[in-house]
Design a binder for this molecule. Structure first.
Ligand code: NDP
Ligand code: N5H
Length: 257
């Protein structure tokens, strides 16, 4: 099979189930011939991942557990990846976490604990992963993370996650500067709302999807496949001149005033 990701080894972090953005990305990468390494945190995610791989006939190079809140877990995961796969060409960081109670009401009410958990899981995790990338991307590479417009504007209920995504996007720029000299690029996708496990049960999600359908230039929502293909682009040779960028895959919603 020939594809634009032939002979490229990509680490995909953040598949929880078939709806995960990371799974959409994995499918795009597989289509183009990439060899995939998956990381997961919860056993439940691992079970789901194994089922998906079986269903789709994708044989991963490796599956490894990695909790991004734990430095030892991160270094063990990347040591294992280096040992088993040698050097890699890309990392997909598609994970975030906040306590549910922080995702409603006023941002003013954010607790210190809730703030630190969201930042730690959703923003610092990229910094920790990028540091590992330096040691395992010996021929250069590309790191892509997932953000949301709540980083740039006030979006009701997004609250502490909006501030964490602002830190994530700023980290993309600082990391792009630091890793550029090693030919490692760092970019983000800012995706429109997609019904995933994370989005489940958070208040206001359905209203936001409806607003996008009515107002976005394309008059519709986007899906995992569209984020998958845009992420594929940022991981591929086609985007070799792009780093430190936040690319909106949101049916054009971000251009509206
Ligand atoms: P999913 O619920 O499918 O994925 C979230 C993932 O985060 C899970 O795989 C979960 O793994 C992982 N995760 C959380 N905490 C940790 C941790 N400490 N260590 C390792 N993994 C962790 O949701 P999405 O696909 O929607 O989310 C992926 C990314 O996309 C997130 O960054 C999200 O903010 C972003 N995004 C989502 C949008 C949407 O509308 N869905 C819009 C814009 C951006 P586990 O369950 O195993 O802990
Ligand atoms: C404005 C909105 C809607 C309100 C805010 C939603 C924010 C969601 C992001 C975080 C990451 C969701 C989260 O941490 C949920 C957890 O508290 C509970 N869920 C879980 O633990 C599940 C089982 C696991 C798999 O989830 C995680 N994350 O590990 C934003 C929406 C319109 C868009 C959106 C949903 C953005 C986003 O960043 O995900």
């Amino acid at each position: 099979m020939s594809g634009m990701m032939n002979n490229k080894k990509i680490v995909v972090m953040g598949v929880a189930n078939e709806r995960s953005i990371a799974w959409g990305i994995a499918k795009s990468l597989h289509r183009e011939g990439a060899q995939l390494i998956f990381t997961y945190r919860k056993e439940r995610s691992f079970e789901k991942l194994k089922g998906l791989l079986e269903q789709t006939g994708i044989t991963p190079l490796l599956t490894v557990s990695c909790d991004v809140l734990d430095d030892e877990s991160i270094s063990a995961a990347f040591a294992h990846i280096k040992e088993q796969a040698g050097s890699i060409d890309g990392i997909v960081h598609s994970l975030a976490f906040s306590d549910k109670d922080e995702l409603k009401g006023e941002y003013l009410e954010t607790s210190r604990e809730g703030y630190l958990l969201a930042q730690n899981s959703s923003a610092f995790s990229l910094v920790a992963i990028a540091k590992q990338a330096k040691g395992v991307m010996s021929e250069g590479g590309s790191i892509v993370t997932q953000s949301y417009i709540g980083a740039e504007r006030v979006v009701k209920n997004y609250n502490v996650m909006g501030v964490a995504k602002a830190a994530l996007e700023a980290s993309v720029r600082y990391l792009a500067e630091d890793l550029g000299k090693y030919n490692i690029r760092v970019n983000a996708i800012s995706a429109g709302p997609i019904k995933t496990l994370s989005a489940k049960g958070v208040s206001g999600f359905n209203d936001i999807m409806q607003t996008i359908e009515e107002r976005a230039p394309l008059r519709r929502n986007i899906d995992q496949e569209e984020v998958g293909d845009a992420t594929l682009f940022l991981l591929s040779h086609l985007s070799r001149g792009i780093t430190g960028e936040v690319l909106h895959v949101d049916a054009g919603y971000h251009i509206l005033g």
